[in-house]
Write a protein that binds this ligand. Structure first.
Ligand code: ATP
Length: 352
């Protein structure tokens, strides 16, 4: 196992700056997720760590070794891609053993390693099968076991779950996380799926246009987004943003409830809401509408648990509220979050 340190890394393709001056430390044993929209540079960053791309500027350290210019095979990393590239004519056992066989490792050393890796990923009883006789999730486990037999210092995973269906994706995510907890190998995982990022990551790195917007635990990023980009990228539906006179005000749909739902005396900020349309999602209902009155008229969404009895009256104004502690403020010009200790003061003067 090893930590990974990325120092002032940039990658410029022709005139396109795909990764722009990124600094990042991945702790030993950590599960770190690189998250961002398509084209933000997350795969390029991962490929530089793997040694598949050479950085234009900057340095990469794996453990205490400078790895910037090392060949991929000399970095002791294992990479699992979206396409697992299993050999269809080989059994599960042979697929897992393959990286050791090509290195000329002796048979009697290979066997216990394959058994150990298969046991870890729960494939012991399927070693004689061929990949085509396995489900998508099981194939993913073969790919994991195959990378594991090499005792990598770091796992690099590039959207490995993206070709699984929704249900399988959920269970494969859980398995992957349990597996990482067991083996404790430093892992860097690329995805554009924020639910996956929240579920898997010890910490998440949110990227946009080649730059890091925020690094933090899933909770920090969700509760205290560093700017309006992160606030609207994380969360589905995203955080509501309303431009008030001085600042941008943000509140999450699930924190925007009918005022009667709050206890007497709770510190809440009342907001007038007008519902246009209701979407029933099972556990929750989404109320699409707009705020008005004490705030500039702006489209927003409320997410109300179905257990809350509330019948919206489309076209008429209703009293809604956000617990004052759940309001977030952003600088209107830069989009950056105002520091939490300053937010209380702002609430007092903003008259919302
Ligand atoms: P996705 O989620 O779509 O895979 P990503 O965040 O992983 O996106 P990258 O693949 O890292 O994005 O690409 C970042 C940017 O660099 C994109 O604009 C892409 O078009 C560009 N890019 C990537 N590889 C090359 C290349 N070999 N030559 C030129 N431009 C490239």
């Amino acid at each position: 196992m090893a930590s990974v340190e990325i120092k002032e890394i940039s990658k410029i393709f022709a005139d396109h700056n795909a990764v722009n001056d990124v600094n990042l430390t991945v702790n030993d044993g950590e599960f770190l997720v690189l998250l961002g929209p398509s084209g933000c540079g997350k795969s390029t960053l991962l490929r530089m760590i793997a040694g598949l791309e050479l950085p234009t500027y900057g340095d990469i350290f794996i453990g205490d070794r400078r790895a910037t210019r090392l060949q991929p095979k000399d970095r002791n990393i294992a990479m699992v891609f979206q396409n697992y590239a299993l050999y269809p004519h080989m059994t599960v056992y042979e697929n897992i053993a393959f990286p050791l066989r090509v290195r000329g490792v002796e048979k009697r050393t290979i066997d216990p390693k394959v058994q150990w890796a298969a046991e870890l990923v729960g494939l012991t009883r399927m070693l004689k099968r061929k990949p085509r006789q396995m489900s998508g999730g099981e194939r993913q486990r073969i790919a994991l076991a195959r990378s594991l037999v090499r005792d990598p210092d770091v796992f690099l995973l590039d959207e490995p779950l993206s070709n699984l269906d929704a249900k399988l994706r959920h269970s494969a995510r859980e398995e992957l996380r349990q597996f990482q907890d067991r083996v404790g190998v430093t892992s860097i995982y690329v995805t554009h799926d924020q639910v996956e990022a929240m579920g898997l990551g010890d910490r998440i790195v949110v990227m946009e246009a080649g730059k890091i917007r925020q690094i933090g635990t899933p909770e920090e990023i969700y509760q205290h987004p560093a700017d309006t980009f992160v606030a609207t990228f994380m969360g589905s539906p995203p955080m509501n943003l309303v431009e008030t006179e001085g600042m941008t005000l943000g509140f999450r749909p699930e924190n925007f409830l009918p005022a009667e739902n709050y206890a007497n005396g709770a510190d809440i900020t009342p907001i007038v809401f007008n519902t246009h349309r209701v979407e029933y999602l099972g556990g929750d209902r989404l109320l699409y509408g707009h705020v008005k009155g004490n705030l500039p008229e702006t489209p927003v969404i409320a997410r109300i648990p179905s257990s809350v009895s509330y019948t919206p009256n489309p076209g008429s104004e209703a009293k809604f509220a956000v617990a004052s502690a759940d309001l977030r403020w952003f600088d209107k010009a830069t989009g950056k979050a105002i520091e939490p200790n300053k937010q209380t003061e702002i609430r007092r003067v903003a008259h919302v």
